[in-house]
Design a protein around this ligand. Structure first.
Ligand SMILES: [Zn+2]
Length: 335
């Protein structure tokens, strides 16, 4: 759903106590990704266009709001040594309440970000700037097609003074190359089990492991746990068989289960986890490997498999034939 530019508003968000806590203090994880940006904006050296990349559902967009709050905050920087927003001035409160006249958040309208939405952005950034800064957050930026992407190209390349673009995506490689090359890449890592556990309020080991540092995944998985256990099982069976012989039946079974973005992400993360563990074993890290992990660790092509597994989710997202993708990966596993 698109958030259209709002008319200048003087409405202050309701003075709920938690709204006055700076977003920076509410952030779980990602301090390492954001601190350098807070420092850069405090010394006026922040790039005008940033790309927040990392797995889905880990808090990249919230990270963008943290930075937006820091940028619009009206409390003098000398009084906020961490560079983050103070949390209590008008502009900070309005960002926290998601009703800031200095902030526009664009989300895909259906399967893509439409040209009308790109035009809304252009209109927003030509309006008179009211505060210290103006921030445009474009969520799922890989859904900017050539038309809407091109409309924004010039603005992203050289945003007007005090205007900042933050592109957010879990599939940075699928972003138009022209946009990507104009953005400074900021990587976000999956949440630690500790941070995730705190956010979702659960210490369920299976859930924390399967969610792979993603709040979004954890939520879906706790709702449909049985389905995900089946999916994990099918993925492991596929990997195990592929190491020995061509896994025809396992591919057929797994292909049927790969039905949407979440299942794509989940299967990719199961693969990545097995391969990461295999790399640890190969590197001499003392963990107790499963039979599958041990067999993977003995593969001379492990580095290649690791690379392929990282590309797997974006390959699936590009709507490539899923059966073919699974077949190609199985061939690599069998070599
Ligand atoms: Zn403030």
């Amino acid at each position: 759903m698109a958030v259209k530019p709002k008319a200048p508003s003087v409405k202050v968000a309701p003075p709920e106590k938690n709204l006055q806590v700076p977003l920076w203090k509410k952030l779980e994880g990602h301090q390492m990704s954001l601190k350098p940006l807070l420092n850069a904006q405090a010394s006026n050296k922040l790039a005008g266009t940033l790309l927040f990349a990392g797995p889905s559902g880990i808090g990249k967009k919230f990270g963008a709001l943290v930075l937006a709050q820091a940028l619009v905050c009206e409390t003098p920087l000398s009084e906020r040594p961490d560079g983050a927003g103070c949390g209590v001035c008008g502009p900070c409160l309005r960002v926290a309440g998601r009703q800031s006249e200095s902030l526009m958040v664009v989300e895909p309208d259906g399967a893509q970000i439409k040209i009308e939405q790109a035009r809304d952005v252009l209109q927003f950034i030509t309006l008179q700037k009211l505060g210290r800064a103006r921030v445009v957050i474009i969520d799922q930026a890989h859904l900017l097609g050539p038309q809407s992407g091109n409309a924004l190209l010039k603005s992203l390349e050289e945003p007007p003074a005090g205007t900042y673009f933050i592109l957010v995506s879990h599939l940075p490689n699928a972003i138009l190359a022209t946009l990507r090359s104009r953005s400074q890449l900021v990587r976000f890592k999956p949440l630690s089990d500790e941070a995730l556990s705190k956010i979702i309020g659960s210490q369920d080991e299976w859930l924390l492991r399967a969610a792979n540092g993603s709040v979004e995944q954890a939520k879906r998985m706790s709702e449909d746990r049985g389905d995900y256990e089946t999916l994990e099982h099918a993925t492991t069976a596929y990997l195990e068989k592929a190491l020995e012989q061509f896994p025809g039946e396992e591919i057929a079974a797994l292909r049927e289960l790969l039905k949407d973005r979440t299942t794509h992400g989940f299967v990719s993360s199961v693969m990545q986890r097995q391969i990461t563990d295999a790399m640890k074993v190969k590197g001499g890290v003392k963990i107790k490997p499963s039979k599958l992990v041990k067999a993977l660790s003995e593969k001379p092509t492990l580095d290649l498999l690791a690379r392929k597994s990282l590309e797997f989710e974006s390959d699936l997202a590009r709507n490539v034939d899923r059966g073919l993708l699974l077949e190609a990966f199985a061939v690599e596993l069998g070599r």
